[in-house]
Design a binder for this molecule. Sequence first.
Ligand SMILES: *[C@@H]1O[C@H](CO)[C@@H](O)[C@H](O)[C@H]1NC(C)=O
Ligand SMILES: *[C@@H]1O[C@H](CO)[C@@H](O)[C@H](O)[C@H]1NC(C)=O
Ligand SMILES: *[C@@H]1O[C@H](CO)[C@@H](O)[C@H](O)[C@H]1NC(C)=O
Ligand SMILES: *[C@@H]1O[C@H](CO)[C@@H](O)[C@H](O)[C@H]1NC(C)=O
Length: 578
Amino acid sequence: MSNNKITSHGQLPFFILTFILTFVMAPPHHVGSESRLASPSDQPYRTSFHFQVPKNWMNDPNGPMYYNGVYHFFYQHNPSGPLFHPRMYWGHSVSRDLINWTPLDPAFAPTEPFDINGCWSGSATILPGNKPVMLYTGLDTENCQVQNLAVPKDLSDPHLREWVKHTGNPIINVPDGIKHDDFRDPSTAWHADDGKWRIIVGSRREGTGMAFLYRSEDFVNWSMWESPLYEVAGSGIWECPDFFPVCVDSNNGVDTSVMNSRVKHVLKMAAFDCGRDYYLIGNYNPENEHFVPQSELTLGSLRYDYGKFYASKSFFDPVKNRRILMGWVNESDSDEDAHAKGWSGLQSFPRSIWLDQNQKQLVQWPIEEFKMLHENEVSFKNKSLEAGSLHEILGITASQADVNVSFKLTNLEEAEELDLSGIDPQVFCSEMDASKKGKFGPFGILALASHDLSEQTAISFRVYKNNGRYTVLMCSDQSRSSTRNGLDKTTYGAFVDIDPQQDEISLRTLIDHSIVESFGGGGKTCITARVYPTLAIGDEAHLFAFNYGTESVLISELSAWSVKKAHINIEETNGGAY
Ligand SMILES: *[C@@H]1O[C@H](CO)[C@@H](O)[C@H](O)[C@H]1NC(C)=O
Ligand SMILES: *[C@@H]1O[C@H](CO)[C@@H](O)[C@H](O)[C@H]1NC(C)=O
Ligand SMILES: *[C@@H]1O[C@H](CO)[C@@H](O)[C@H](O)[C@H]1NC(C)=O
Ligand SMILES: *[C@@H]1O[C@H](CO)[C@@H](O)[C@H](O)[C@H]1NC(C)=O
């Protein structure tokens, strides 16, 4: 038993139970938590602060933007059922704080010859004079993927409810030599000193994935540039490409058209064949349209998120000078489950995104507005987690929570020697599941755990050393997330580029009933998982900090909060939260 002093800064009494584990994870003695949640039995997997629709299917985020005091979010939506159908609509919601969202009627429906078979993904651009325009992919009468333009019908409507499709659509047709259904998802436009607008569109030629570049002076007449902005043999089709500048010396975001020596550029592609959002950081020259990334695109390249997260989109928020990212988080259950739930698909919690100080990767962090949903903070400092220990964190609603914890490792020289170069961290995490003891690790948290631990999602770290250098691995182990079968319980893993000799190992995890969204190393490595517990639901969910390694680790600080339910896409008679 540990006897370290624990301080509580919370308003509610806060207890920690310590258990020593011997061979198996013994079920903890259960101390009842206060009941604060309504019975979730009818819809245990609906979330409380993640963007989702009341019913039916949602996938890619579309055209996020800020306009005249209002954030707009659009999304791929099948209003007729909970499964994907190509005849997509653009769902539309608005918000003043990116937390609470008011639903509006779909912005686009498939009604015209140039989009009659579906209104697919696209992006917003704010033109000079504060005029939003939207580019999106239409599936035309022949199911060709063509690019279309639309503008708000009435700029004085604060909600921009109605959109007018340009009569000259499509404005861009499938390029010669490209298959009719391999050409989609126009990006936000940027312009350079020559006054020309540029966009990229995802495509492929044979197995070579690419982003075609188009230029225009008037946003209507677009000419394809002589070569793609970037292409990579063997990468398959790219969807939802995003291209934006990031500051080299600040965490602030900048508008998509900013170009100077203080920015680098990020090219993001959603690699359809593996369902992953990869990105490259590099230098962009608009004169010759050369984008030169710092590294090549490979299967091991940088990703926004190493779990379930795809087809994301970013936008510049001029209110707080930041770039915000949201991505589609798919389900991990079956089509039958989708019918039973009546809905499919979440969006990640909005994340601020910026270039790391080392300029080698991006960093992401939940937007600061999240704190308006915090309540019942519990926290403590300087708490040793002995080998094999498990500590329940009480006083919060563990199924709807935000946890922020920092681990400090002392006697690091005791770390296990292991050369992880060339190792796929996800495969490693799958083989070394959270029950397998190491020296430093696994330590971390157990989210959405049942009281007997038969259900748990472990987000954990392991630390190894090799030739005097340390490697930090982060895993999200879903293998015991539910006692149900027929779910995708893939374990995810990734490296965290920090030096544990200098930096503490931090973990922030957003837990929301069926989603566990984790930010390791201060947001350098993100892993999002979908889980469907049957026992650890509502008030029956528990949260633990654990250390199954043979070396003790120190929790230098832990804070956790219950998270209030946000008003998301709920029609309200009083005008709503919005
Ligand atoms: C479209 O732009 C191209 C390139 O700037 C130009 O050559 C062409 O004349 C334009 N077409 C129309 C219809 O304006
Ligand atoms: C979404 O998840 C379902 C269920 O796990 C899976 O069958 C489907 O392939 C996924 N779709 C994409 C595009 O990842
Ligand atoms: C942290 O806890 C240890 C005992 O585990 C104690 O010796 C040390 O003084 C504490 N440090 C701080 C900063 O409270
Ligand atoms: C989370 O913890 C880190 C490291 O201890 C700290 O810097 C950060 O301010 C914390 N964030 C929140 C929201 O508490």
